[in-house]
Design a protein around this ligand. Structure first.
Ligand SMILES: O=C(CO)[C@H](O)[C@H](O)COP(=O)(O)O
Length: 222
């Protein structure tokens, strides 16, 4: 069976927050998902947007929302993002004491469920949970801020997850997030990632949609 085409998800963390609707529309027709970083100043030191903004933005674009919750209490907030129409809701393993139960709730609410692991978290303890998830997000930086440098050592986790997913014939996207750009995306794809978050590389480009198309071409595995 051939690999599904790669997914590229521009991160609005790098967009102009005063023009979010416009910035979302700027990647329509090129992006597969719109990646939305929710940060609470507890799980990570940064603070971004929450449910009211995501709910308003939902009406502004047809792009599927890939919501990445970098928050301390995903049990409390994650289902609200599913109810708000998110396509995929990803929460952090480090912030959850029962990831499978929350994944079930997200799926019951009509969303895909994603599990994220930060830079210092190994992937092995979570591999057996993957049948309950639709996405495994592997941070390729320390979560919290855009514009950081890609950490190649994280690709060992991607490769381990890819082996496990393929051996078990699991239907799951392996997503990488942090420092993904034209000079890093191919190595992440080669390691086994098939969903790619890119903030700075997309929204600092003169033509964000064209930047997404270029990234997608580079992410294609033979
Ligand atoms: O989750 C994130 C930060 O925690 C962002 O999605 C990520 O940093 C993307 O930004 P960039 O492509 O600029 O690295």
């Amino acid at each position: 069976m051939s690999a599904p085409p790669p997914v590229v998800a521009p991160s609005i963390l790098a967009a102009d927050f005063s023009r979010l609707a416009e910035e979302a529309r700027a990647v329509e027709g090129a992006a597969d998902w719109l990646h939305i970083d929710v940060m609470d100043n507890h799980f990570v030191p940064n603070l971004t947007i929450g449910l009211p903004v995501v709910t308003s933005l939902r009406a502004a674009t047809d792009l599927p929302f890939d919501v990445h919750l970098m928050i301390a209490d995903p049990r409390r907030w994650a289902p609200g993002y599913a109810d708000a129409g998110a396509y995929n809701v990803t929460f952090h393993a480090e912030a959850s004491d029962n990831p499978v139960s929350l994944a079930k709730d997200l799926r019951a609410a009509g969303a895909k469920a994603g599990l994220a692991i930060d830079r210092d978290t190994p992937v092995e303890p979570y591999l057996e949970l993957l049948p309950h998830f639709d996405t495994l997000l592997i941070m390729t930086i320390k979560a919290g801020f855009g514009g950081q440098k890609f950490i190649p050592a994280m690709l060992d986790k991607v490769a381990a997850a890819r082996r496990h997913v393929d051996a078990g014939h699991l239907e799951l996207r392996i997503e990488v997030d942090g420092g993904i750009a034209e000079d890093t995306i191919a190595q992440a794809a080669e390691a086994g990632a098939d969903a790619f978050v890119a903030g700075t590389a997309v929204y600092s480009a003169a033509d964000p949609a064209e930047a997404v198309r270029r990234l997608k071409t580079l992410a294609r595995r033979p």
